[in-house]
Design a protein around this ligand. Structure first.
Ligand SMILES: CC(C)(COP(=O)(O)OP(=O)(O)OC[C@H]1O[C@@H](n2cnc3c(N)ncnc32)[C@H](O)[C@@H]1OP(=O)(O)O)[C@@H](O)C(=O)NCCC(=O)NCCS
Length: 309
C-alpha cells in the first residue's frame, strides 16, 4: 500500500535526465507557451545542457522515486554597490497537480534555501508569476516590476547613432559596456559568459547592435520585434546622452515598421515619453540568507529582462 505523500516523506535531489523528462511531462501543460510537447522538452533539455554546472534541475522525490515537485536552481550573483553577493536563482517552481495545497511547495522552497545556505550562497532570487505573498512567507521581498511602452513617434527623433550588427567576437566588449552601465545603479544580476549567452537564447533576444558615433563604437542595443512592438531588451552606452539612444531605437523601429516601442523599465531611465504600468508576472524577489548580508532597498535595484529565468 502506498503511504500518503507528505513534505516529510520527500527528499531534495538533483534530477537525472529521466527526472528532468518527468518534470517536463508534469510542467508541460502549464508552461508550453504554445509549443508542442516535443519542442518544449527539447528546449528544457537544451537549457540544462547550455547552463552546465551553473544550473541544477532539482526535485522533491518520494521513497519510491516518484517526483512530487521540481524547480531549477541557478548559480548566480547579485551585484550590489560593486560587491558581488552569491545568489541562487530559483526558477520553474512546480508541484504536481494532484499534490497541491499540502505544504509541498513551501517545503521545496525551504529546502532549496537550506541547500543554498549550505553551499555558501548569501542570497536567493526569483521572478514570481504568482501572488508575491506566496514567496514573502519565506522572506523574499519584491523589487520593481514595471513595463514601459510608447508610440514610435513619441521617441526623440534625433540625433541618433549609426548601428551595425554585433558579431560573436564583440561579446567581451558588450559585457564591458553592460558592466559599466550596471555600475551606475546600485544592484543588478552578475553576468557570467555562460549567463550572457544563455539568456539571449532563452529569451529569444539574439540581436545585438553596436552603436557607432562616427568612427567610435560607444555601446550596444539589444532589440527585437514582438508582433508590432519593438522590444528594447537592454542597452548600455556609458557616457552617451540617453536621448541619442532613444533616437537610434526610434529609427530602428521605423525601419522594422513597428508601431510601438517598449520593454522592462529600468527606473533610472524613466523619461517623459514612456507610458508606465505594473507588470503582472515576472516580479523580481530576493531574500538575504546570511545575517550580515543586507540587500538594497527595492527602490535601488533593477533586474533585467535578459536575466529573467
Ligand atoms: C504555486 C505552487 C508551487 C504552490 O504549491 P503548493 O504545494 O500547492 O503550495 P503550499 O501547499 O506550500 O501552500 C499553499 C498556500 O499557498 C497558496 N497558493 C497556492 N497557489 C498559489 C498561487 N498560485 N498564488 C498565490 N498563492 C498560492 C495557497 O492559497 C495556500 O495558502 P494558505 O496556506 O494560506 O491556505 C503550486 O500551486 C504550483 O505548482 N502551481 C503551478 C506552477 C506555478 O505557478 N509556479 C509558481 C511560478 S512563480
Amino acid at each position: 500500500m502506498h503511504r500518503p505523500i507528505t513534505p516529510d516523506a520527500l527528499r531534495l535531489t538533483v534530477l537525472d535526465e529521466s527526472g528532468v523528462l518527468e518534470a517536463c511531462r508534469q510542467t508541460y501543460r502549464f508552461w508550453h507557451q504554445g509549443r508542442a510537447e516535443e519542442p518544449y522538452v527539447q528546449r528544457v533539455l537544451s537549457a540544462v545542457e547550455r547552463m552546465g554546472s551553473e544550473m541544477r534541475y532539482m526535485g522533491l522525490v518520494s521513497e519510491d522515486g516518484a517526483l512530487a515537485a521540481s524547480a531549477r536552481a541557478l548559480d548566480g550573483g547579485i551585484e550590489c554597490n560593486g560587491v558581488r553577493i552569491r545568489s541562487m536563482g530559483i526558477a520553474a517552481v512546480y508541484v504536481r497537480d494532484d499534490l497541491r495545497g499540502r505544504g509541498i511547495g513551501a517545503a521545496l522552497i525551504e529546502r532549496l534555501l537550506a541547500d543554498a545556505r549550505a553551499r555558501g550562497y548569501q542570497s536567493a532570487f526569483l521572478f514570481s508569476d504568482i501572488a508575491p505573498a506566496y514567496y514573502a512567507r519565506h522572506g523574499f521581498r519584491e523589487y520593481p516590476a514595471l513595463d514601459w511602452s510608447a508610440p514610435v513617434g513619441s521617441l526623440p527623433a534625433s540625433p541618433g547613432l549609426a548601428i551595425r550588427r554585433a558579431r560573436p567576437s564583440d561579446r567581451e566588449r558588450l559585457r564591458d559596456w553592460h558592466r559599466a552601465a550596471a555600475l551606475v545603479q546600485p544592484m543588478g544580476v552578475t553576468r557570467t559568459p555562460v549567463w550572457w549567452d544563455f539568456f539571449r537564447w532563452w529569451r529569444g533576444a539574439p540581436d545585438d547592435y553596436i552603436l557607432c558615433d562616427g568612427s567610435r563604437e560607444v555601446g550596444y542595443v539589444n532589440v527585437g520585434m514582438d508582433q508590432t512592438c519593438l522590444r528594447v531588451h537592454e542597452w548600455a552606452a556609458p557616457g552617451v546622452e540617453p536621448s541619442r539612444i532613444w533616437a537610434t531605437i526610434r529609427a530602428r523601429a521605423a525601419d522594422l515598421r513597428a508601431d510601438r516601442v517598449g520593454g522592462w523599465l529600468r527606473p533610472d531611465r524613466r523619461t517623459g515619453f514612456m507610458n508606465v504600468e505594473a507588470r503582472s508576472g515576472a516580479i523580481p524577489m530576493a531574500v538575504s540568507l546570511q545575517p550580515d548580508i543586507a540587500l538594497p532597498e527595492p527602490s535601488e535595484a533593477f533586474f533585467d529582462e535578459l536575466d529573467h529565468f
